[in-house]
Structures are given as C-alpha cells and as structure tokens.
Design a protein around this ligand. Structure first.
Ligand code: GDP
Length: 298
C-alpha cells in the first residue's frame, strides 16, 4: 500500500494515459501504437526500452490474434516486466558480513538513503556500522550523525578535510573487530572535481579489498528519480570506476515519471534494489520489478 501511495504521481501520469489509449481506440492500428509509445516515453521509460516494449507487444498481438485494444493491457504489463529483467542474484547482502559503499552525486539522497538503510537493517536484527566518508562537506557528517542516532547505529567519521580513505580504513577495521554485519559507507559526491572524486572511490575500493577481502561487497549508486535520463548518464560515469551492484532510486514520490526505473534496469542491467518514496525512515522500500509494475497498474 505504501509503495502504491509513493508512486501516486507516476500512476496518475503513465497509467491513466495508457488507460485512456486503451479505451480511446476501437482498433489496434499504427496510431494506437504511436500513442502508446508517446505515453511511455513521456513517463521516462526511454526511447530504447519503449521501442522494445511496444515491439514485443505487437508481436504478441499478432501471434494471439488480438483485435481489441483493451485485451492488450495485460500483454503490455508483461512486456514491461520482461524489459526490466536483470540478474538479481546478488540480492542477499543482508545475510553475510558485508560492506556497502553508497555513491552518487550531491543532492540525490545519498546520506538520507544511508540513514534509512541503516535503520532498516538494524530493525531486521543486523549489527550495523556507518562510516561518514564524505569529509568534504562538514554538513554531510552532521546530517549523517543525526540519521545514525535516529537509527540508533554507531558511526565513524573524520574531521572535515580528512582523507576519506583513512575513514574507510578505520571503519573497515572497526567493523571487523566489532563483528559488524553491515558496514555502510557514505561517500562524497562533488562533481566539480570529477577526476579526484573518481580516484578517491578507486582508493576506497582498494582499501576494502585489502583490509576486508572476505566481505560481501556492494557498490550502490544513488540516483534521483526526478532527474530523468540524466540519472542514466551518472550511473554510466560512476560505473567506469566502481563495479555497480545495485541502485537506490530516490524521490520516486516526487515524480510523475517513475518510468525511469524501467529505463534504468533495461539500459544498465543493474538491479534497482531500493526506492525512496519519502523522507522518513520507512520510506525506503525494497524494490522488485514485478511488484513495482503491479503497483503501478493495480
Ligand atoms: P546527498 O547530498 O546525496 O547526501 O543528499 P541528501 O541525502 O542530503 O538528500 C537531499 C534531499 O533529498 C534531502 O532534502 C532529502 O530529504 C531529500 N530526499 C532524499 N530521498 C528522498 C525521497 O525518497 N523522497 C523525497 N521526497 N525526498 C528525498
């Protein structure tokens, strides 16, 4: 119910549009498909994914000799689900000792997501430690400390300007010594010095490789769902320096273009693991394509 509620704007936009196409056309013709494509693209599903979704639909309509537009709806839903298929096998980091590095540009919701995730994992009975490796902005550390106390989880940080890699070094060793289940690392997202940022991420990854070779690893990129196709560009850039294992897609409550989740999984082949649908701890939800599409069309 919370998922459905969080996706209200997208539901109103995409699904209402689609329904009006299904009820507005009496025959399945080129205009019908064109209209459908337009709505999917407007909903940020992206040109490539939309083309593939509609092509698959056309094929099914032909094979199944479907004549009524209304009969296409279920086929469209299935086609969208198929378009979102990615390998979700690396999904069980809650079960092992793991290090989760959270990356992304400033403002996308990194710190908030780390805080929410810490609270969530703690509620699930996991021993969590947070590392504040965004030493570039003093405010980032303070904001994270607030989330840590809200989630009742310890945090390790560094002074403003400290080497983020040294914070990671300390945090990893503390995690090992304390028998922590999940170490969550919040990182800096400044983009005006991209080369340094990327170098810093590489360095942090190397330290974890070296200090904690047996840990299960996740590099989660946080993308702002309201920034549309820009989010794809960011993911590709970060993907060049870090092996992305998953995506946290935030601010889905604030957009009518939640179709971006379809574009992301379809284009990047990286699973969206969580979506943010608000600003409180409960507003981070585990993501699953099947549930997502069902919640949209339900
Ligand atoms: P960071 O710079 O990437 O660490 O971003 P922050 O965590 O500071 O978040 C930036 C703003 O986005 C804050 O005002 C958050 O409350 C807000 N925010 C983060 N996630 C969500 C979400 O899922 N929904 C909404 N509505 N706001 C969010």
């Amino acid at each position: 119910a919370r998922l459905k509620e969080g996706l209200t704007k997208t539901r109103d936009n995409i699904v209402r549009g689609i329904d009006s196409v299904f009820s507005g056309f009496s025959a399945i013709d080129d205009d019908f498909y064109e209209e459908l494509e337009e709505i999917l693209i407007m909903g940020d599903i992206g040109v490539n994914a939309t083309t593939a979704i509609v092509e698959r639909l056309k094929q099914q309509v032909k094979e199944k000799h479907i004549k009524e537009p209304s009969e296409c709806k279920q086929l469209l839903i299935e086609s969208i689900k198929e378009q979102m298929q990615v390998d979700e096998t690396a999904y069980d980091f809650e079960k092992e000792q793991s290090v989760i590095m959270v990356i992304g540009v400033n403002g996308v919701g990194k710190t908030t997501s780390v805080g929410k995730l810490a609270g969530k994992l703690k509620d699930e009975g996991r021993k969590v430690l947070i590392a504040a490796a965004d030493t570039f902005r003093a405010a980032a550390g303070d904001q994270l400390a607030e989330w840590a106390s809200r989630a009742d989880v310890p945090m390790i940080g560094g002074k403003e300007g400290a080497d983020p890699a040294s914070v990671v070094f300390d945090a990893v060793n503390a995690a090992k010594a304390r028998g922590v289940d999940v170490l969550l690392i919040d990182t800096a997202g400044r983009l005006h010095n991209k080369k340094n940022l990327m170098e810093e991420l590489r360095k942090m990854n190397r330290i974890i490789d070296k200090e904690f070779p047996n840990a299960h690893r996740e590099n989660l990129i946080v993308l702002d769902g309201t920034t549309g196709q820009n989010a794809l560009v960011q993911a590709r850039e970060f993907g060049e320096v870090a092996d992305l294992t998953g995506i946290i897609l935030t601010k889905m409550d604030g957009t009518a273009k939640g179709g971006i989740a379809v574009a992301i999984q379809s284009e990047l082949k990286v699973p969206v693991k969580y979506i943010g649908v608000g600003e409180t701890i409960e507003d981070l939800q585990k993501f699953n394509s099947e549930e997502f599409v069902n919640a949209l069309f339900d």
